[in-house]
Design a protein around this ligand. Structure first.
Ligand code: PLP
Length: 389
């Protein structure tokens, strides 16, 4: 088949592939413990499902405006008014088929061939391929564990060129769970202020920050950067709704309008029924989200302690999200056939029936990622299995 250069340029999403392999093994009866998925194990809360049922019963089954229904945009505006003290107009909001789709629309609307996007690493594995899909150039900027997996300002400055169009900040981070503080963001904000590029703040894990921390993004500390910062968010993690495919972006009107035009020609609009459910989710009591967060923190503590006891495993303590990023580099060359993170993950799946994700897909081969959005019994069982390791 004579495929496009674009199609050849990108890789399939590795987390989905590994998760699928683990699920297939499980279906064959292998007692696989799956820590590879990037989604909460909770079901969508019943009241949210109820709002979707109501929309169906009322026949809310037609196309909606390309960028989403106004009542959902108003709910998003209300959220940011309350949480960020920032006022947006509906023309500055776009509802998409997931946060990933919002990101794709933004890249499509912003990038010309050769435009650079600075991506701090370890990164969410989709960023580089999504940038390439839009003809941009990913500029991967390594962060170090000793620095809490946060951007070093000098290295950030030296990565900026005349072609830099976007900087991505993802806090809490997938895969490290690193969370930026106000001070750190203020310092980044000063660099943004002096520069021409825009910032995409990927806040999809905003509700899962631990140990009494308060979530902050660049706009909470530098509201004057409103014209340069686009927030991307999603309900996939927050309300355990990954399959509903609703995410959104808020930012400068001209950009949102261009991204919405692209979305309109690609998918017409997000699901009408899901939009109604999300309108309800955003406008109603948020206790359930706090409960999810509490539960994740408990499991983080439990799994962190367990993995700290496994020889050769050195987990980074995450301040947010629901992943443990574990240094395993000292094991390479010491287990037969294992010289990198892919080998180690295959070894863990084959020998211990434990599925996790190789760090190489996040740009850091010396690590592997475990998701703790998994029930406690599975976490306990995994730690027991790994004790003989
Ligand atoms: C950092 C990050 N951003 C964005 C997304 C996109 O999520 P969704 O498209 O389900 O909203 C994910 C999903 O795993 C993620 O980890």
């Amino acid at each position: 088949m004579n495929l496009s250069e674009r199609a050849k340029r990108i890789k399939p999403s590795a987390t989905l592939t590994i998760s699928a392999k683990a699920k297939a093994m499980k279906a064959r009866g292998v007692p696989v413990l799956n820590f590879s998925a990037g989604e909460p194990d909770f079901d969508t809360p019943e009241e949210i499902k109820g709002a979707a049922s109501k929309a169906l019963e009322e026949g809310f089954t037609k196309y909606t405006p390309a960028g989403g229904i106004s009542e959902l945009k108003e709910a998003i505006i209300g959220k940011y008014e309350k949480e960020l003290g920032m006022t947006y107009e509906t023309s500055e909001v776009m509802v998409s088929n997931g946060g990933k789709h919002a990101l794709h629309n933004l890249f499509q609307a912003l990038l010309n061939p050769g435009d650079e996007v600075i991506i701090p690493s370890p990164y969410w594995l989709s960023y580089p391929d999504m940038v390439k899909l839009s003809d941009g150039v990913p500029v991967v900027l390594a962060t170090k564990k000793e620095e809490g997996f946060k951007l070093d300002l000098d290295r950030l400055r030296s990565a900026i060129t005349g072609k830099t169009k976007i900087l991505i900040i993802n806090s809490p981070s997938n895969p490290t769970g690193a969370v930026y503080t106000e001070r750190e963001l203020e310092a980044i904000g000063r660099i943004v202020e002096e520069s021409e590029f825009l910032v995409i703040s990927d806040d999809v894990y905003e509700k899962f920050v631990f140990d009494g921390r308060r979530f902050v993004n660049l706009l909470s500390v530098a509201p004057h950067l409103k014209g340069k910062v686009i927030i991307v968010n999603s309900v996939s993690k927050t309300y355990a709704m990954p399959g509903w495919r609703i995410g959104y972006a808020v930012g400068p009107e001209a950009l949102i309008s261009a991204a919405t035009k692209i979305q309109g020609q690609a998918t017409s609009c997000p699901s009408s029924i899901a939009q109604k459910a999300v309108t309800f989710a955003l406008s109603s009591d948020q206790t359930v989200v706090a409960r999810f967060c509490e539960s994740f923190q408990k499991r983080r503590d439990f799994m962190l302690e367990g993995l700290q006891g496994v020889r050769g495993f050195d987990p980074f303590k995450p301040a947010g999200a629901f992943y443990l990023f574990v240094y395993v580099g000292s094991l390479y060359g010491r287990i037969e056939g294992v010289s990198g993170s892919v080998d180690l993950c295959e070894y863990l799946l084959d020998e211990f029936h434990i599925a996790c994700v190789p760090g190489s897909v996040f740009g850091e081969d010396r690590y592997i990622r475990f998701s703790f959005a998994t029930d406690e019994a599975s976490i306990k069982e995994a730690i027991d299995r790994l004790k003989v390791f």
